[in-house]
Design a protein around this ligand. Sequence first.
Ligand code: DQA
Length: 141
Amino acid sequence: MKILLINGVNLDMLGVREPDIYGAKTLEKINSDLLQEAKKLNVDIEFVQSNIEGEIVDYIHSGRLYDGIILNAGAYTHYSIAIRDAISSISTPCVEVHLSNVHKREEFRHTSVISAVCVGVIAGFGEKSYSLALHALADKK
Ligand code: DQA
């Protein structure tokens, strides 16, 4: 099983950015911990990150070649119809992930334009949100 983990806008700043909300770990460390976990599950996982909406769209299209996508689109979650259309243009299951519980935060974060085209949503468990998504996809095979 092959999974693509896509992190979107501003997630390259993890560890530096609002650690009280997003935690103190860098994206590099989160990814390397997840790689170890994926190995235990016998799952191949690849990691990409971009701050550019169109690049994220291209990564989602490349998700056609994978068995599952884990996507934290960052702020694009709340308004990018382009990212939503990219997810619905492929048949690979995509899990929407957020480190923070977006529903406990500002009202503009309560809207997701991508949830309806994702197989599921995981939010609020910090870096563990990624691991929960990995397990959810691994169990689906
Ligand atoms: C986020 C939540 C978004 O509202 C925010 O814009 C992010 C990170 C999260 O992981 O909690 O950049 O997706």
